[in-house]
Design a protein around this ligand. Sequence first.
Ligand SMILES: Cc1cc2nc3c(=O)[nH]c(=O)nc-3n(C[C@H](O)[C@H](O)[C@H](O)COP(=O)(O)OP(=O)(O)OC[C@H]3O[C@@H](n4cnc5c(N)ncnc54)[C@H](O)[C@@H]3O)c2cc1C
Length: 810
Amino acid sequence: MSDDRARVVIVGGGVAGASIAYHLTKMGWDDVLLIDRSELTSGSTFHSAGLVGQLRSSVSLTKMMMYGVELYRRLARETGVDPSWHEVGSLRLASSRERIEELQRLAGWGQTFGLPLRIIATDEAVGLWPLFDPAGVEGAAYLPTDGYLDPTNLTMALTEGAKRRGARVWTGTRVTGIDVERGRVTGVRFAERDPVETDVVVNAAGMYANQIGALVGIEVPVIPFAHQYLLTKPIDGVRAEMPTIRDPDRLVYFRPEAGGGLVAGGYERDPAPWNWQEGPPIDFNNTLLEEDWDRFEPLANGAFSLVPAMREAEIVRMINGPEAFTPDGEFILGESSVRGFFVATGFCAHGIAGAGGVGKVMAEWIVHGEPELDAWTMDIRRFGPHYRARGYALARAVEIYATYYDIHYPNEERQAGRPLKTAPTYERLHALGAAFGEKAGWERPNWFEVNAAERFEPLRPRGWAGRHWSTAIATEHTATRERAGLFDESSFAKIEIWGDGACAFLQRICANDVDRGVGAVVYTQMLNARGGIECDLTVTRLGSTRFRIITGTAFGTHDLAWITKQLGETDDIRIADVTGSFACFGVWGPSARAILERVTSADLSNEAFSYMSAKEIVVGDVPCLAARVTYVGELGWELYPSIEFGRSLWDALVEAGEPHGMLPAGYRAIDSLRLEKGYRAWGSDITPEDTPLEAGLSFAVDLDKDFLGRAALKRQMEAGLSRRLRSVVLADPRAMCQGNEPVFANGRVVSRVTSGGLGYTLGASIALAYLPSELAEAGTSLSVEVFGERVDAIVADDPLYDPKGERIRA
Ligand SMILES: Cc1cc2nc3c(=O)[nH]c(=O)nc-3n(C[C@H](O)[C@H](O)[C@H](O)COP(=O)(O)OP(=O)(O)OC[C@H]3O[C@@H](n4cnc5c(N)ncnc54)[C@H](O)[C@@H]3O)c2cc1C
């Protein structure tokens, strides 16, 4: 190996960089160069509290954490360096009824992973952790396989593993430049030594990651926050083998110290961003911030009230260290828009727990082009360009940090940094009492208060699910099924692809045949090499060499990046995100044709305007592209005017719809309508881990042509499907699933819900879940655990509503 070339250069010798080096070498890449401007662990890693908890907000992240524990158990044996893994378990206390419900929900979810999490009585918790005051504590969740370790030793063990397989480690080496040619990384420059050529750079620079990103012109929206904990001298009764313990209501966590002291930390309500604008100083290594006792006071009070012995304990020291947080509290992983430039940062005080999984996922991403599990919620591509505004990223990150220990109810909306992006109808929607939600920075109506109707109150979902809910959702749903609904979907992401090679390119990356006549709208997925669904969208042929893609509001950046990544050197194609150029309104329902005919002279008959076709027409005084498609399962059109016509078109449609009883309707009604129809949602029902065959989408796959992922689908067909996505109907129509609830058959967990909700036409609670093929037959009896209660359920005939699709072709 020469000093002027490496297959991959990892910038940052903290726990993340070390783990990525470990896993890359494990996957056979031995020419790995790990560098740090100072010493290993001298960023955030050295001052970490070292707690490792596994149950997290998403399926993939939890799987990553579980993998981490497996790895930490065996590292000492494997590398000869002991990370001091203590598998002592963890307790999460509940000091209110609502917390118990939260824990029950977590426990249900935990079962679907095989995590041995159980809810225990307060007495049992005191038996495990005798120092806490049980007054007001109603119970706890106990996970025996959680634990803690020494973060520096973990980093050293991972580095040792990497070195044994050939990795080189250069400390005292500061990156000052990264060379990029034609959108691709070619080399790295340093302050202290000659440059190194490489095709792959991994930015694992922790809270400094935005500075490293700036070297290639990309924004990495990490915000450094000061994070504190204190360490006590030995306290009577503390044993090193006691579990870690969290009390979210008191905002605190504890872990025992080997010598008999306690570590106590938490999440303050008034977070302290640090150098968030310009980034940390370039010589900030092996350094802590000044102790901030004032800010720690609420945590200290929480600690004293939970563990009275803390009052008398002698404090050895307070650790105040900065760490990289993110605007949504999720990690930032994956390949950026610069090819070969990967990012792994933003661990939000969970980088030690996450390191094992992060290393594995990143190594897979680098070696195979994509990770094996669905990493969308952590993918750097989830951030749109608006995250280049540091003030916005800061506001979002502050909100996440300050509410970290709060109970987050289903369908809760975040408030920071709003409103940011608005449709031309915004004032109109406001006047109708729109309950706005936010997606990718866009304000979108969830429902309209003007539609609230007392008669639907008996349908209010039970428990938590009934909190962020309105009878207006049921009204809007019903109006759409019976007459018509008008939906503002201007936030839909829109991507145009044009050029001589556009058709051939799309044929290569779409599973469906998009080479159809001008005006054809094709529903398709784009697959990875394993046949997993990377994108789920429609492709409309606007001209012989021009196509428009419509995808979900939150998926535009992701899909654009996926598509761009598939471009070959010789593809002569242009691709542009045109989301902001067009508004979009959906007019759906049995009266949709009659309504539109009042404002257009275009022929909307089945003969002239068939299902899944699009045309330029004029509606009112507005020219627009009309596409006969639906995500709600009714006759109707999506209208795409140029953005400046948006409000006029909305007004024309409202006026035309009035005599027909059309109502403005929001996204929550769409969700309920699409569930009845069995339409899948990307990110929950269908992900990069699921193939179209498993997801019941074979109708959108054309195996007669070649496309990325086809070979994997063929193999899967030959082997037979082991699981299928099916609709399940619950016996209690008000037991509403939110996703992730465990599904049982014959007393054992067989699946988890991918998405769920109430179908107001069917009067049923519907859930989607991947079921083992032997349990996927319609009529099979199951049960679903909703907030700790088992509810009988039955596998339904798919789709539940309008199975022959007669209404959409009416
Ligand atoms: C007080 C506190 C308590 C915590 N407690 C826990 C806990 O209990 N459990 C848990 O899981 N997590 C915890 N964390 C979080 C955890 O410590 C971090 O998530 C983790 O250490 C981040 O590791 P990293 O490798 O991403 O970054 P770092 O450890 O910060 O590593 C980044 C490295 O990049 C290097 N670098 C930067 N710029 C350059 C350059 N130009 N050239 C070369 N090298 C460069 C730096 O020198 C640094 O060493 C805690 C954090 C804090 C602050």
